[in-house]
Design a protein around this ligand. Structure first.
Ligand code: SF4
Length: 185
């Protein structure tokens, strides 16, 4: 682990921040990637492997990828970690390829405004999976839904708040930390 100094709004040096290697960035993205892949499989199973299921799964995968880019375009430019190795998931450096840095004071507002865009990713597979489960019980589908829920609602928030966000200088004002980290301490 290395440290760098965070630039403030005027480009001046601020407090020391942790830097993440490409391997650490990949690890920090793993829970999200697993959620999207599991969600796609649940959609295929929910439709009994039909063409509708595959189309839904592909649309969900595309939504998952688009959601990541949405955050890069509309949230990351307002983040202190933009274009630094201190972004835990690497989005900040990718975003710098097609966006310029914006004012950091707007981060909280942008986060609250744009995070709801990706929230349905957490619920679409649950809704799509529970409906056929009620109509006709399927153990494999039930197991997949439980694994999906544990990954999406327990592991993913824990990885974020206990690992990357834990050292974030924005954590005092970040809505994500406010609603997910405090119960865990
Ligand atoms: S920490 Fe979050 S908001 Fe900041 S650059 Fe990384 S992904 Fe974007």
């Amino acid at each position: 682990m290395t440290k760098q100094t965070a630039p403030d709004n005027n480009g001046q040096s601020g407090e020391a921040m942790r830097e993440y290697s490409p391997a650490q960035e990949l690890i920090n993205n793993t829970a999200y990637i697993v959620m999207i892949l599991l969600g796609a499989v649940i959609l295929i199973m929910s439709y009994g492997g039909s063409a509708e299921g595959w189309i839904s799964a592909i649309a969900y995968l595309a939504y998952g990828v688009a959601g990541s880019f949405w955050i890069m375009v509309f949230v990351c430019p307002f983040c202190r970690y933009f274009d630094t190795r201190s972004c835990p998931c690497g989005y900040g450096r990718i975003a710098a390829r097609f966006r310029v840095k914006e004012t950091v004071e707007c981060f909280d507002e942008k986060f609250k405004k744009h995070i709801p865009v990706i929230v349905p990713l957490w619920f679409i597979p649950i809704v799509a999976g529970v409906i056929p489960l009620i109509r006709g019980f399927s153990l494999p589908l039930l197991v997949l839904l439980i694994i999906f829920a544990i990954n999406a609602f327990v592991i993913l928030p824990l990885v974020s708040t206990r690992h990357g966000c834990k050292e974030c200088p924005q954590k005092e004002t970040c809505p994500w930390m406010k609603y997910t980290a405090q119960p865990a301490g």
